[in-house]
Write a protein that binds this ligand. Structure first.
Ligand code: HEC
Ligand code: HEC
Ligand code: HEC
Ligand code: HEC
Ligand code: HEC
Ligand code: HEC
Length: 498
């Protein structure tokens, strides 16, 4: 590159200001542009900020970037100009000297001070806004649309739809903030280069421990009582027969300090449950240890084929996320998505076999993109329900169900993201609660029979649901007598039962 600083004419050599050069001039224009856009965008952000997810990025990252780059250029230009003058100019510039008796210098200093103060105030405001923006759900969920869309869509229909992503993914404190920003920069680069993992791998290895996040809002002292859960199902028969299960979940039978029982016993501060998983998804658990922290006694359970001791660095202490691993973004199974649409009346239950056919339409092979899936769903249902007056409704509803629960481009759906609450479609609780894990003395894991975690208080349809059983009912499995050698997820996989 040629010398960026132009050769001054003889007349200029004496009086020329250090700022009088092309680099500073360009910098000045860029800075002024940045400042103007910043002001304009802030105004837009205040008046219509929620509408456009990209507005924040321009307001609080791009515009201040230009402003700062412009200011830097102004000063770099001035320094280069001065250096050039020292080397080449006929009259050497004065040494740096502060002289308050010089009125011109005083004026300049006042101007500079005012400018610096304005800049400081602006940057305090700006960096606070930049911080807020980079922590916002909009930034996390919508800016990297293609990467985060599945989680964002699932998040919006969950119980945590008003809890910011960062409440769980970052939490408070400077150390985690910095970690998250470094991590976030890697992610942004991967997103820009389009080489991020699809599906995004879980369990997230460096997720912040639950005590620091979940327990900010749900602390164990506040747990109490049982939870009433109702699940509405429809069978795959011609009539789409309804079959509901209403259960009382024995979540909390006591308080910490008392010999707490129930499902939240695992996170009682008085004991520690640890386990070893030998697969990436933490589904295959051959070993676990329960320690009573008051007495210091420990009990080890293992499956028969697992001998020896687990490597210490691979042992995980159980926390909320081992059961609630999908607290904010649940990907419902195709079976569940269809059942919910039927329960809500969006899919007409009067159409013969609609449960079965809708699930089959959503789970056809080779649905590689949304567009292909839409076409395949339409073709499949048109062939099945040629003459049905509801055809148009059915097609559009099933396409919507697909596009809000299955994300082929990101490869995200229930098949890659198991939900560990329960045991029907994934092993869930049965990863540990089965009759295969035993202590040295041959004791099995307690609470592994059908009534220890929940009691079924009503099941079936219509009038069956009107009387509740306090004692609990035997599960009247619609798929026939349950085989004790099979787990539920041997047959139930979220699609049509094998
Ligand atoms: C209530 C807590 C919570 C909130 C709020 C939350 N997440 Fe998560 N998220 C989790 C947990 C827990 C996991 C870990 C799942 C695992 O390791 O199996 C996770 C996993 C993820 C993953 C990995 C892929 C996957 O589906 O598991 C992504 C991406 C993600 N979250 C994005 C987001 C975004 C974007 C938001 C905000 C729109 C958000 N999360 C809000 C708790 C939360
Ligand atoms: C910023 C506060 C906040 C944080 C952090 C938070 N939650 Fe929640 N959680 C809520 C609110 C609010 C609800 C909704 C309560 C309601 O609907 O009555 C909720 C509901 C729930 C429910 C019952 C929801 C359901 O699906 O019906 C579970 C389970 C839960 N949270 C688990 C978690 C777990 C696990 C974490 C940590 C990964 C977590 N929460 C982090 C505020 C929070
Ligand atoms: C990582 C292994 C593991 C997983 C996963 C697991 N548990 Fe447990 N659970 C245990 C162990 C170990 C015990 C204590 C067994 C003993 O001492 O005999 C236990 C005890 C219990 C108890 C008895 C608590 C009491 O009152 O004493 C209940 C209830 C329970 N679990 C429910 C569940 C439910 C529901 C799930 C799934 C949402 C689940 N567990 C998942 C390991 C696990
Ligand atoms: C052993 C598995 C397991 C662990 C560990 C666990 N939970 Fe739960 N939790 C459940 C089950 C099962 C339910 C009942 C609701 C259901 O079936 O969806 C539940 C219900 C809840 C609820 C809603 C009901 C209520 O009592 O308000 C919240 C909130 C919750 N859990 C938060 C947490 C938090 C926070 C932690 C960690 C400190 C945690 N859970 C640890 C299994 C677990
Ligand atoms: C270790 C605890 C535990 C044991 C043991 C257990 N369950 Fe469950 N069960 C759960 C949890 C947790 C859920 C999920 C509740 C929910 O939907 O949030 C569940 C859900 C169910 C459901 C409802 C499924 C649905 O999708 O509607 C049925 C039915 C059921 N269990 C039957 C049984 C039967 C039969 C047995 C004995 C073979 C059994 N359970 C043993 C914890 C347990
Ligand atoms: C041998 C295979 C098999 C096993 C094992 C099995 N089921 Fe089923 N289940 C079926 C079939 C087949 C149906 C009927 C499906 C239909 O008509 O849609 C069914 C229906 C159901 C339904 C109602 C319909 C639906 O799709 O949700 C529930 C709830 C259910 N089973 C829960 C369980 C639970 C809980 C277990 C484990 C304790 C279990 N099943 C074990 C095969 C099985």
């Amino acid at each position: 590159m040629s010398d960026p600083v132009p050769t001054p004419t003889t007349a200029e050599r004496v009086a020329r200001s250090n700022f009088n050069n092309w680099i500073s001039a360009v910098g000045g224009v860029v800075a002024a542009g940045g400042l103007f856009s910043f002001a304009f965008l802030v105004w837009m952000d205040f008046t219509q900020g929620d509408k456009n997810p990209y507005l924040g990025i321009f307001t609080y990252i791009v515009a201040p970037g230009f402003l700062i780059a412009g200011l830097v250029a102004v000063f770099v230009g001035a320094i280069m100009q001065r250096r050039w003058a020292i080397k080449h100019a006929a009259t050497k510039p004065d040494k740096w000297r502060l002289d308050f008796s010089n009125a011109r210098q005083r004026r300049r200093l006042t101007l500079f001070g005012l400018g610096a103060l304005t800049f400081l105030i602006l940057s305090a405001f700006g960096s606070y806004q930049t911080y807020l923006y980079s922590e916002s759900t909009q930034f996390c969920g919508q800016v990297c649309h293609a990467a985060m869309n599945p989680e964002f869509v699932a998040y919006k229909r969950g119980a945590h739809a008003r809890v910011d992503c960062v409440e769980c993914h970052v939490g408070s404190g400077a150390q985690w903030f910095i970690k998250a920003k470094i991590n976030g920069t890697h992610q942004l680069i991967a997103y820009t280069l389009d080489n991020y993992k699809r599906p995004i791998a879980t369990p997230i290895k460096n997720l912040r421990p639950a005590q620091d996040t979940c327990e900010k809002c749900h602390w164990p002292q506040k747990f109490n009582g049982n939870v009433d859960v109702s699940n509405q199902h429809f069978l795959s028969d011609k009539k789409n027969t309804e079959f509901d299960v209403r259960m009382l979940m024995r979540v909390n039978l006591g308080q910490p300090g008392s010999p707490i029982g129930g499902i939240h016993w695992h996170v009682n501060p008085d004991n520690r449950v640890e386990y070893l998983a030998i697969d990436d998804k933490r589904q295959d658990i051959p070993w676990m240890r329960v320690t009573d922290l008051k007495t210091g006694t420990a009990k080890v359970f293992r499956i028969e084929s697992f001998k020896g001791e687990p490597p210490a660095d691979q042992i995980r202490v159980m926390d909320c996320m081992d059961c609630h691993n999908r607290p904010a973004h649940v990907f419902p199974t195709a079976n569940e998505a269809v059942e919910r649409a039927m329960a809500a009346g969006a899919l007409p239950t009067s159409v013969p076999f609609i449960k079965r056919e809708a699930v089959k339409a959503m789970t056809q092979p080779d649905m590689t993109t949304d567009a292909v899936a839409n076409q395949k769903i339409a073709d499949y249902l048109r062939a099945k329900y040629k003459d049905a007056p509801e055809l148009a409704t059915i097609v559009s509803e099933v396409q919507t169900l697909y596009s809000t629960t299955i994300f082929p481009e990101r490869k995200a759906d229930w098949r890659v993201y198991p939900n560990n609450i329960g045991h029907k479609d994934w092993l869930g609780c049965f990863r540990c609660h089965d009759d295969k894990h035993k202590t040295e003395l041959g004791q099995p894991v307690r609470s592994s029979d059908c009534n220890s975690c929940h009691t079924i208080i009503a099941q079936g349809k219509g009038p069956d649901l009107e009387t509740l059983s306090a004692k609990g009912l035997k599960f009247n499995h619609p798929g026939g007598e349950l085989d004790p050698d099979l787990t539920c997820s041997d047959c139930h996989n979220g699609g049509i039962q094998k």
